[in-house]
Write a protein that binds this ligand. Structure first.
Ligand code: HEM
Length: 249
């Protein structure tokens, strides 16, 4: 990820700039290279505005977005303000640590995910909907899925360095034709197991956990469709707290 800051000074034209960006935002939102963006207005000097954009990389911004179909209509909306730009530069994130624990830490680290998936896959053979899908599962399957989820939730890169990362996970679902009924059962059984093994049950952790399960299982269904050709070169996903912070009350 790379952050771009564009600083404008627009005496008497703030409303026009805001309107222009409201229209331009449609083209930013449509561009896959743009992760998110926001506009802020200076409280001390109201004629100053900062637009902050997060790009997947500087190259994706300069070689992807700038040469792609979304740039011309975006530029058409904001061109009038190009001469008002005081700074337009890329910044890279600097690691200063974080007092907010990752989902991995909050859950209890590797041991918690291993306990969860070991208990889950002990229950799977007794489930009439799931058992046939997992009849030939690898003896270490639970450990591998625990490593995957642990890494996605901010743990060490065990799955990507030792088990083939995203491409390997996707390949394991290919052609399995997972049904919606099986997907729902997988989620329901995993949530029951989470309670059984004592995974944190605070609303904040569980909302992030369930969000990931919904996303991940729906992708698993898509990957598993007969004839599906999912992209294999995607990076490992990284899941965070979303809109809520860990509750410490
Ligand atoms: C968030 C959702 C999911 C995650 C994170 C996930 C993760 C994984 C991973 C990492 C593997 C490969 C393990 C290895 O390296 O050997 C795998 C394999 C597999 N997954 Fe999933 N999966 C998800 C959802 C599902 C669902 C909903 C189903 C079916 C209901 C499913 C069925 C399977 C099967 C059948 C395999 C192959 C097992 C074997 O024979 O070794 N997965 N999954």
């Amino acid at each position: 990820m790379i952050v771009e800051y564009i600083r404008y000074r627009v005496p008497g034209r703030g409303a026009r700039l805001t309107e222009a960006y409201r229209r331009a935002a449609v083209h930013l939102a449509a561009a896959p290279e743009c992760h998110d963006f926001e506009m802020t207005r200076c409280v001390d000097e109201p004629e100053c505005y900062v637009v902050r954009l997060t790009w997947t990389s500087a190259e994706a911004h300069l070689s992807g977005f700038r040469t792609g179909p979304h740039f011309p209509p975006f530029l058409a909306e904001v061109r009038e303000f190009v001469g008002d730009i005081e700074e337009m530069r890329h910044y890279e994130p600097v690691d200063i640590g974080s007092p907010v624990p990752s989902l991995y830490e909050w859950a209890g680290g590797a041991e918690a995910f291993e306990r969860l998936f070991a208990a889950f896959y002990r229950r799977v053979p007794g489930d009439e909907l799931l058992a046939p899908l997992f009849a030939g599962m690898d003896a270490d399957h639970a450990r591998h899925v625990a490593a995957w989820v642990g890494e996605v939730f901010g743990g060490p890169p065990v799955y990507s360095t030792g088990r083939g990362g995203h491409a390997h996970m996707v390949s394991k679902h290919l052609g399995r034709a997972i049904t919606e009924e099986q997907r729902r059962r997988w989620v329901a059984l995993l949530l029951d197991t989470a309670d059984e093994v004592g995974l944190p049950d605070d609303p904040e952790f569980r909302s992030a956990f369930v969000a990931y399960l919904e996303w991940g299982t729906r992708l698993a269904v898509l990957f598993s469709r007969p004839g599906a050709k999912p992209a294999l070169d995607e990076p490992m996903p990284a899941w965070g707290w979303g809109s809520v912070r860990p509750w410490r009350g």
